[in-house]
Ligand binder design. Structure first.
Ligand code: BEZ
Ligand code: FE
Length: 294
């Protein structure tokens, strides 16, 4: 049997040819594209063997930085703009719906559920007091009752509770009233750096970038029949709005925070959710059960 000689010219084609037995069409598409782009990258950059090894060591170290509380790969994806690109391709706000943005690594499942009006800040030194009011509506302006708002934020020290190993603080779950309204107390968001003591941060520094995020408050809003919305509200006039380390700012999400005479900051926002796209079965007006009832 003749042994083929692989060269810079034909190696990519050969790697792709070996995917012909892959039965999973989506996986085949993904790996084909990955190989094509990776080979093109190597052709363009022409790394020395030492540089290539440095790249591999960077990824190994990124893995080492991951544990139950920290995912350095997500941070790498966020800081290199990939998370926002994935979001842009998957969540297209239609008909006046609220824009989405990056989830980030600091959401915690199981945050406390509060009645409307409660304060998510448990310590007096968490930050400046703030009242957030608003509504959740559909794209026709109709209020969505009982929508769930999961909110979280960093304190004035720029840290989330989980970064300090603390119990749940500066986070909570609220539900809209029958008119789709919500209100809760929190602290005025402040700018803070994304974790930058690991490989993702080193890469930022080495490439002349800062790790800062503009002041923001996170929201994850869900309601039955609607597409979940992961988003932020950004403070108008806040620092780093034009250079967010994770590219998450969208002009529609920047809102006025005004300080009242009582020393309390106030912000208002009307969120708009899109209806969940009907499933194929629902579109066909499914008359037969999807599965035989057991
Ligand atoms: C955040 O806003 O919590 C965040 C987002 C992306 C990376 C790091 C932090
Ligand atoms: Fe954040």
């Amino acid at each position: 049997m003749a042994i083929r000689k692989f060269s810079e010219r034909n190696l990519t084609t050969e790697v792709l040819r070996r995917l012909r037995g892959c039965r999973d069409r989506r996986l085949k598409k993904i790996v084909t594209s990955f190989v094509r782009h990776l080979h093109a990258f190597v052709r363009e950059v022409k790394p020395t063997p030492e540089e290539w090894m440095k790249g591999i060591e960077f990824l190994v170290e990124t893995g080492r930085f991951c544990d139950a509380k920290r995912n350095e790969f997500i941070l790498l994806s966020d800081t290199q703009g990939v998370s926002m690109l994935v979001d842009a391709l998957n969540y297209r706000a239609r008909a006046g719906a609220t824009e989405s943005t990056v989830l980030g690594p600091f959401h915690r499942a199981g945050a406390p559920e509060y009645s409307l009006g409660a304060n998510i800040a448990k310590n007096p030194d968490d930050g400046e007091p703030c009242l957030v009011t608003g509504t959740v509506r559909d794209t026709r302006g109709r209020p969505i009752a009982d929508a769930k708002l999961d909110v979280w934020e960093a304190g004035a020290d720029g840290l989330y509770d989980s970064q300090k190993g603390e119990a749940m603080n500066l986070r909570g779950i609220f539900r809209t009233d029958t008119e789709g309204r919500f209100h809760f107390r929190c602290v005025k968001p402040t700018a803070y750096p994304v974790p930058h003591d690991g490989p993702a941060g080193r890469l930022l520094k080495a490439t002349g970038r800062h790790p800062m995020r503009p002041p923001h408050l996170h929201f994850w809003i869900t309601a039955p029949g609607f597409k979940p919305l992961v988003t932020h509200l950004f403070v108008k006039g806040g620092a780093y709005l034009d250079s967010d380390a994770v590219f998450g700012v969208k002009p529609e999400l920047v809102v006025d925070f005004r300080k009242g005479r009582d020393g309390v900051w106030r912000a208002h926002y009307d969120f708009v959710l899109m209806r969940e796209a009907p499933t194929r079965r629902a579109r066909k007006g499914a008359r037969t059960p999807a599965r035989a009832p057991s």
